[in-house]
Design a protein around this ligand. Structure first.
Ligand code: SAM
Length: 248
């Protein structure tokens, strides 16, 4: 599986986990049927395509040209632009909703990106951060999978991820000058099952993150423990994932 295939299917999976919260937020902000909607850091358009399919006028911006190409080949119908969210190639005051999903954790200066998102949004339009994780408050169980969790955090941090993004969203929105700010944490209802497909997908994600920092032998020591815990249904992996939305 190519990297783009892997990440695209991972983004689809994440988009399905966050759909319920997204629908809740969309109900709160009541958009018109043909709203102008922008996603910054759209990746393979997993979330953006939902808005496109419901008939809205959608634009996606991503800094990675190859993922946009992959997205078009996989029939995304949104207008996709290769650009940097820190300096959006778009005019002022156009969008009714400008959102991001698993973006700010990767950004050194998130307030600058939020200010750009605000600039291109109409007055009283909405800025939504649909999902941003807070890895520093993760729960991993049973032991020694807590060590695996800490290794993944170190590896993500080495790749430039801000591990406490979730808890900072509202403060960043205030610094951006937004009003009517709301925030929350995605619920985590789960059914216990011995799910080997889920175990394989979770393991592949963790392994890809860890490879950046750790030798293969050290990573593989945890593989059997992870699979055993997943298939017994006793693995708890909870990374609080925050959302926040506000008006310009
Ligand atoms: C974790 S992915 C999430 C993709 C998509 N939002 C989703 O949830 O399916 C983060 C995306 O943000 C993009 N990105 C990172 N920094 C960016 C920047 N400064 N401007 C625009 N896109 C950026 C990456 O290329 C990547 O596609």
């Amino acid at each position: 599986m190519s990297d783009y295939q892997f990440w695209s299917s991972r983004y689809k999976q994440q988009a399905s986990w966050t759909r319920q919260t997204r629908n809740f937020i969309i109900n709160q902000i009541s958009l018109s049927l043909q709203a102008n909607i922008l996603e910054v850091g759209c990746g393979s358009s997993a979330v953006l395509d939902e808005f496109t399919e419901s008939g809205q006028n959608t634009v996606g911006v991503d800094i990675d040209f190859q993922i946009l190409k992959y997205s078009i080949q996989n029939s995304s119908k949104a207008r996709l632009i290769n650009g940097d969210g820190l300096s959006l190639p778009l005019k002022n005051n156009f969008f009714d909703l400008c959102f991001c999903h698993y973006l700010l954790l990767w950004i050194d200066d998130p307030v600058r990106i939020l200010k750009e998102m605000s600039r291109v949004t109409k007055k009283s339009g909405w800025i939504c951060c649909f999902a941003e994780p807070d890895y520093l408050s993760r729960i991993d169980h049973p032991s020694p999978l807590d060590q695996l969790g800490q290794m993944q955090n170190s590896s993500l941090s080495t790749q430039g991820v801000n591990l406490s993004t979730g808890r900072k969203l509202t403060y960043w929105m205030m610094q951006t000058g937004l009003s009517n700010i709301h925030w929350g944490i995605l619920g985590s209802h789960q059914k216990v099952e011995n799910n080997t497909t889920n175990a394989a997908s979770e393991w592949e994600t963790i392994q890809r993150d860890l490879e950046v920092l750790y030798p293969e032998e050290e990573i593989l020591k945890f593989k059997e423990i992870e699979y055993k815990a997943q298939t017994q249904g006793i693995r708890i992996l909870f990374i609080p994932t925050f959302y926040a939305y506000a008006q310009k």
